[in-house]
Structure formats: C-alpha cells, structure tokens
Design a binder for this molecule. Structure first.
Ligand code: BTN
Length: 328
C-alpha cells in the first residue's frame, strides 16, 4: 500500500476520530512534512479532509474513486482481487489484463480503469467508456479446465453482474444469451471474455465487465445497436461505484470457487433463473446469416438450443439473439 492509501486506511479505521499528524507520521514511519504532502494530494483527488489545531485530521467525505485499498476493505475473496490495478486511463482493461498475464500475473488479478480509449465490445464492436461514471473491469482467471469448456465461464460474470445489480441497486436485472445484462429490456452491462489457450491448456481467461453506472442518456452514442441504460437512469439516483464493484468481485470469487468444485450445473441453474427468452421466438445473427426459431434453453456446455421452424434443433455457440417483434 502507498503512504496515501495507508493514510486513507487509518482514516477509515477510525471514522469519528481526529488523527494527529504526529500519530500518522509515527505509524507510517514518514516525516510530518510527508504526511502533510499526502493529505494535500488526497484533497486534490477530491477527499474532504478537515484539519483542526491540536486535534489533527479527520476525513469528512470521499470521492467516488476506485482505489485498490478501498476496494479490498470489506472484500472476503479467496482469489479475486489478490492484486488490483486501478488506472486512470487504458486503451482496454481486457487488453491490459492479457498483457499482464503474458508477463506472469497471477490468477485473480483485477484491472480497472476510470476510462478506456479503445474499450472492446463483442464481435469487434467499440465499448463507450467515458471517464469516472461507469465500471470497466477485467478479472484474470487461469482455470485448469479444457479450453472447450471456457465458454461456461461466460455465464459466471453474467450471473455475478446481474445479482450484484439486484443486491446493491434493487434492479431487476436479467441476462440475455450469451452475456448481455438488461434492465427493462435495455442493456445496462456488457461482458467480453477473452481466452488465450493451447489445444489442451488455458493460459489466461480474462472476464471483462462493462457496467453503466452513472452514465446519462446523452452520454451514449446515438448509433447504439441496442437501447442502453444505466443504474442512474433506472433508479434516478447517483450510485457510488464501490459497493457495486465489491459485490461483483465477491460474487465472481464465490461462483468461481463453486464452479471449480461443483462444475457447471449450479452456475447454469442460476443463470437460467435470470434468463428471459426461454420459449420465445427469436432471431439469431450468426454473422454471415440470420436464423430464427424458438429458444429451448441451454445445452449442458452453455450453447443455446434453438428449435427451427422445420423441426431441426440447432446448437448456437456464438451469435446475437434478439426477440422477434421487439425493436432490440
Ligand atoms: C459487449 O459488447 O457487450 C461487451 C462489452 C464489454 C466491455 C468491457 S469494459 C471492460 C472490459 N474491457 C474491454 O475492453 N471490454 C470489456
């Protein structure tokens, strides 16, 4: 932890007290001048810190930042968040997590950015990533499973995101196969899992989560393929990002632990409870062609079962599914 983060940690440990500069200096083994400098830097970041003669410093209010030390407080994970990298701006958190994996980063690494200049969406699309309002998060996993089963973990981040939205914001979030998260039919989060593997072994699986938290309607690009929303639009309230992020990371950790010990079935069941399109007529954009049919649920490996009009059953492994008769 940096000195700045240690000072914040001290403030958070005694939220009602004043802590003298001398005490901070003793605890952190840094000079009084260094304490003052760090406090000034915290103020520049938006922390409201009161200073009283003969009493010391007191934290009054914190900005909505994603500092690793803050994230890790109250998190009780086995793996996820062992290392957290929180950056101001990155081209893409997924790309950065993949690069760190190549350099030997351990499983459980979390990469966050306040903004992304080249946020990646599914099927080569761009993910709009303005600064400070949303969550752009990537989690590095290295599961010892055959690469063909990696698609099952797509459902893991979907369940974690939808459940975190329900739990923290009270939103009725639903999943759309394979991995969009919708509220009231509008997309509130997108998931992009990227795999690096050999035939028999996974090197790195990066779970990318883009969650629209405080974005307002005029911040979405006009040409969006899918109607989009955010927590703020849905609830009418500013949502601090930290509780949502903590809940997301905790859930990913719990679900991953369960997946490793109990396999895909419990995860599949939880995902199916959040799925809206069962038995619905849909069309599926496969890239080169579009097919339509009725959704018959998930195959054991996570593929979508589609009943075609001619009676055949098609297993969909990748594609964009939309209900027929909706503008989505
Ligand atoms: C989609 O197309 O719906 C998936 C969007 C995924 C966006 C997230 S934001 C964090 C992570 N980093 C990226 O570059 N993309 C994912």
């Amino acid at each position: 932890m940096s000195s700045r983060e240690q000072i914040l940690h001290l403030f958070r440990q005694c939220p009602d007290a004043y802590i003298s500069g001398q005490e901070i200096s003793n605890r952190l083994q840094i000079s009084r001048a260094a304490v003052w400098k760090q406090v000034e830097q915290l103020r520049e970041l938006g922390f409201k810190i009161e200073a009283r003669r003969a009493q010391g410093y007191h934290l009054l209010d914190s900005p909505d930042l994603l500092l690793p030390s803050d994230i890790l407080t109250e998190l009780d994970t086995r793996l996820v968040g062992r290392v957290v990298r929180s950056e101001k701006k990155l081209p893409s958190t997924n790309l950065f997590a993949q690069q760190l994996a190549v350099e030997g980063a351990d499983e459980g690494l979390v990469v966050l950015a306040e903004s992304q200049s080249a946020g990646r969406g599914r099927m080569g699309r761009h993910w709009e990533s303005p600064a400070g309002v949303n969550l752009y998060c990537s989690i590095l996993l290295k599961p010892h499973i055959p690469p063909r089963e990696a698609a099952q973990l797509t459902f893991l981040s979907a369940v974690a995101t939808a459940e975190a939205l329900k739990d923290v914001c009270g939103l009725d979030a639903r999943v759309k196969w394979p991995n969009d998260i919708l509220v009231g039919g509008r997309k509130i989060a997108g998931l992009l899992n990227e795999l690096s593997a050999e035939t028999e072994q996974i090197h790195a699986l990066v779970l990318g989560v883009g969650l629209n938290v405080n974005m307002l309607a005029d911040q979405f690009p006009p040409e969006l393929r899918y109607p989009a929303t955010s927590v703020r639009i849905e609830t009418g309230k500013l949502q601090p990002r930290l509780p949502l992020l903590r809940s997301l990371l905790q859930r990913i950790d719990n679900l991953y632990t369960e997946f490793l010990s109990a396999g895909f079935v419990p995860l599949r069941k939880r995902w199916e409870k959040l799925f809206d399109l069962l038995d619905r007529q849909v069309e599926v954009d496969l890239g080169p062609r579009v097919i339509s049919g009725v959704v018959g649920g998930l195959e054991p490996d996570g593929a979508l079962r589609l009943f075609l009009p001619d009676g055949r059953v098609e297993r969909i492994l990748a594609g964009d599914v939309r209900p027929i008769g909706s503008e989505h």
